[in-house]
Design a protein around this ligand. Sequence first.
Ligand code: AMP
Length: 212
Amino acid sequence: MNIVLMGVQGSGKGTQAEMLAEARGYEHINIGQLFRSEIAADSEIGRLAAIYINKGELVPDDVTYQVLDKDAPQGSRDMIFDGFPRSLPQAEYIYKHYKIKMIIILDLEIAESLRRITARRHCSNCGKGYNILFKKPAVEGVCDVCGGKLITRDDDKPKEVMRRIEIYKGQVKKLLSYFEGKVPVFHIDASAGIKEVFAEILNTVDGKPQAG
Ligand code: AMP
């Protein structure tokens, strides 16, 4: 059975998905990362996806399904979907093609979301991610692993982040009404620290959500 993890930009969704995958043996399916790998490989999918990602828009569904078919075939290991679904057709697609145990939503205020995301940096050489608030490199602006220059991804700049937040807010309501009565949905407050949020996610996944 698979889990869908949703969360506004900056809610720590990717980090939490990685930790959960490791702790409970899931495969972490990060759609944004799959697209970035395709872009790095300069594949046909990657070239198409880049047009939309660089504008802060969602990649068209047919391109997104191609990436999933390739990297997350149904019936393989149990998976955590991180960044999918983000549209009503995608919700229908995942419900039809994958068994979903639960949906976990990480909630965060918009101001905090902006503060956290605009602090993100990536190595221009190896792609390793940092955050100047939470996960600083040893030397400012320099990758710990390869010494590459740290940069801000175009879609992590304030204007693009606001667009992505607006897209997220608009879609999540539709997704929730689609999944209502089909799949259990759990909301978790993501404003706490990484460990606290993770403890609550584990409780939820293990069937022991905390009251409130
Ligand atoms: P992320 O790394 O999750 O912030 O995603 C980066 C970018 O990938 C987004 O801004 C979108 O352009 C694209 N993307 C991620 N997930 C999806 C999806 N489910 N459907 C379409 N595009 C997506």
